[in-house]
Write a new protein. Structure first.
Length: 725
């Protein structure tokens, strides 16, 4: 088969594509579908004995400890409901350190001596599972003689039915821990961090005179960017299959420079996919809301309505798996990789977050009265202080081989973690630093209160797309997370560093008041102290500019450009003490996470290097050599009839082949090198040697792609993948 026939076949199948038949009735409304497959509190209310339901609600809504006595009743109701929904199996779903979702399925049906019978699904089975955990990464936490891991029911994330044409499964979200109770997953620390943040937020609220504040929670809304390409192209790209991104590909004549894709009309086939996946997500109770085209061709975004962070995190994972599945149904592949295509924008996952509770509402919403604003400014100051003190951890939590392609590349926020407050709020903090704010910029009237804090409008009006951490009127938006990442890591860090700041704030105010200060004066002094000490992290300018790199350095803000620079942030005494003090991760757990992050980095870079060698050696080099032969034959023929002949093309191809072979040899040598003892040594070698050596192979190959005859080139081109949908 000549090089391009796979490509032609792929194009042909795109042309012949027929959308799948509509699988639902036209009269169905989104309202009917929403939560259809979820064991919601409404379902519980209808099916559980009243006291059991009340107890469950106290845990789910108000963070009361779970009463294990209710488990049997819940399990029995859950099983009946699931079987009515066609479930034959149940699965504990957990979130190991790979960042993916894992499931262990068991049948409800258990054969006994009298033939098949329905097994009991007892409270015990609901509460705890025991998957064989030996093949999940644990960073040295699980001793080899004790490979078992345990899953434990997370009551706050509802069970749901996962449908499959061949049978349905009851899915139960769980934590995943070792036999010593150490966290092997992303959910456990998230729940712990949530608890820590809540307890210190409550202390602050009490100081503001709220006698009995409800449990504070963090909310998260994650905007998900992704690419869609036709599956025929996907299968014709071994690099995409192996590593999730294209390791080769010359720039297309047209990329994103016309800005003609962003918010443009959504292609019909893509819209069909979106409608279908939204319906599936609705069934699972995932509140998908916003959809639009993104900046790059073939790139799109979906954003759900924000939810409690733990639930939002589980839903985010469900969203990715569901969209991958539905895309396949529509003959496409959904790419969640941070940088599937060089030269066009990559994908991120902006994590919008706020904190609040049922009694006080959103604590990051500016209020109408000076008093409310004082409270708002205190919580806002807590965020500023937290981000300034622990920006390195925020950077580390988004570090991965894939995200290294985005951060600092003028399409995503820089690797420097700073906060954008908007002109108005920054001005208020400036005034506080200089002795107390009396005026709110952009407002006609001044509201001067006892505590001299002005009224603030909810929407500050301005937006900044270049900041990694932006205040957007009633929430912060952490814009650095990568598109394929779980948001559990970022939310765990945010909760933990906020817990520490709120703890500091409550302690400071307690001490001032004990020393006889009046509350308003103490708050003023505290705000002034925080903004003076931590204001360096506030930056409202252009985060993509050269000047910012220089200024940030002068301000003492770290600029951790790559994962190799950023990941050691997990390994500092400061980080270990922080996570241990707030009961989120003990030293061993944190060390294990550092270890796993390094391992994952090395594995990703290694897969890319090996895939690069394979594709270049077995696919691209042969194509180039065929073309070289053709040109050489032609040259020989012309010379044999005494035609004056020079072949710049032949020279170019020969030079390209030479460059490719040399780059391949270097890469192979680097891959084979013994890189040292520690996981960090390996990561450092991967980052400083393998990454550039892999890129050198690519640039030689891309140069060849630009000269080799198109009908010999074996890989679908960027133009084909990005523009044929
Ligand atoms: P953008 O203009 O930034 O692209 P989107 O509408 O795409 O905005 O996404 C905004 C996200 O922020 C949504 O997921 C939304 O639910 C979430 N969000 C809105 N308000 C809050 C809040 N108070 N706390 C957390 N997330 C929020
Ligand atoms: Mg958006």
């Amino acid at each position: 088969m000549s090089g391009s026939s796979a490509r032609l076949q792929a194009i042909d199948s795109v042309i012949r594509y027929e959308p799948p038949a509509q699988s639902f009735s036209a009269t169905e409304t989104p309202g009917e579908v929403f939560g259809q497959n979820v064991f919601t509190t409404t379902v519980m209310k209808a099916r559980l004995p009243k006291p059991v339901f009340k107890s469950m609600l106290a845990t789910i809504e108000h963070a009361q400890p779970l009463d294990p006595a209710v488990a049997d009743a819940v399990a029995s109701a859950m099983k009946d409901w699931a079987i009515e929904k066609g479930a034959t199996h149940y699965a504990h779903v957990f979130y190991p350190l790979t960042g993916l979702t894992a499931e262990k399925h068991d049948s409800f049906l258990e054969p006994d001596s009298s033939g098949a019978s329905m097994a009991e699904f007892a409270g015990k089975t609901l509460m705890q599972g025991e998957p064989d955990a030996s093949s999940f990464p644990n960073g040295g936490l699980r001793e080899t003689f004790e490979a078992r891991g345990y899953t434990g029911w997370d009551v706050t994330s509802p069970a749901y039915i996962m449908e499959n044409p061949n049978g349905n499964t009851l899915c139960i979200p769980t934590v995943f821990v070792s036999w010593t109770g150490e966290a092997l997953d992303h959910k456990t620390p998230l729940l712990r961090s949530q608890q820590a943040m809540a307890s210190h937020a409550q202390r602050v609220l009490k100081l503001f005179g709220h006698a009995q504040p409800d449990a504070v929670v963090s909310y998260a809304g994650a905007e998900q960017e992704y690419f869609l390409i036709d599956r025929s192209f996907f299968y014709a790209r071994p690099d995409l299959l192996a590593s999730g991104r294209t390791l080769f590909g010359a720039r297309p004549p047209k990329g994103q420079e016309f800005d003609d894709h962003y918010f443009g009309a959504i292609p019909e086939r893509v819209l069909g996919f979106m409608l279908d996946s939204e319906r599936e997500l609705f069934k699972l109770g995932v509140p998908a809301k916003t959809r639009h085209n993104e900046v790059a061709p073939g790139q799109f975004e979906i954003a759900p309505v924000f939810e409690k962070a733990n639930l939002a995190t589980d839903h985010q994972q469900l969203l990715m798996t569901t969209m991958k599945r539905v895309a396949q149904r529509h003959g496409m592949e959904a790419l969640f990789h941070e940088k599937p295509f060089g030269g066009v924008n990559g994908s991120g996952k902006h994590v919008n977050f706020s904190i609040g509770n049922s009694t006080e509402g959103n604590l990051l919403l500016p209020g109408d009265t000076p008093h409310d604003n004082a409270q708002f400014l205190v919580f806002c100051a807590a965020v500023i202080r937290a981000v300034h003190r622990y920006g390195g951890l925020l950077r580390a939590t988004v570090a991965s081989a894939a995200n290294d392609h985005r951060l600092g590349a003028n399409e995503a926020p820089p690797a420097i973690i700073s906060i954008f407050l908007g002109e108005q709020l920054a001005d208020v903090f400036d005034q506080i630093a200089n002795g107390g704010a009396t005026a709110s910029k952009g407002k006609g009237s001044l509201v001067v209160g006892v505590d001299t804090i002005p009224a603030l409008p909810a929407d500050p009006g301005d937006r900044n797309r270049t900041s990694p951490f932006a205040f957007t009127g009633n929430r912060f938006e952490f814009r650095a997370p990568g598109s394929s990442q779980s948001i559990a890591g970022p939310m765990t860090v945010i909760n933990t560093i906020l817990a520490e700041s709120l703890d500091f704030i409550a302690d400071t105010l307690d001490a001032e008041i004990a020393a006889g200060a009046d509350f308003d004066t103490a708050v003023q002094a505290l705000l002034k102290d925080i903004i003076t000490t931590h204001g360096a992290v506030v930056f409202n300018g252009n985060g993509y500019s050269e000047e910012w790199q220089i200024e940030a350095e002068a301000r003492g803000l770290p600029n951790l450009r790559t994962s190799v620079d950023a990941l050691p942030q997990w390994d500092t005494d400061e980080a270990k003490d922080l996570f241990e003090k707030y009961g989120v991760l003990n030293h061993r757990e944190l060390e294990s996470r550092y270890e796993v992050a390094l391992e994952q980095y090395v594995l990703s870079v290694g897969v890319e290097a090996r895939s690069t060698i394979e594709v270049a050696t077995t696919t691209l080099l042969p194509a180039a050599i065929r073309y070289q032969t053709e040109l050489a034959t032609n040259a020989a023929a012309l010379r044999s009839i005494d035609q004056p002949f020079e072949s710049p093309t032949l020279n170019e191809v020969s030079a390209g082949i030479g460059e490719l072979q040399a780059a391949l040899a270097t890469l192979a040598t680097e891959l084979a090198r013994d890189t040292g003892k520690t996981a960090f040594d390996e990561a450092e070698h991967a980052g400083t040697e393998l990454v550039p050596a892999t890129l050198a192979v690519r640039s030689a190959a891309d140069r060849l792609e630009a000269v080799v005859a198109d009908n010999l080139w074996p890989l679908p081109t960027y133009q084909e993948m990005l523009f044929i949908l």
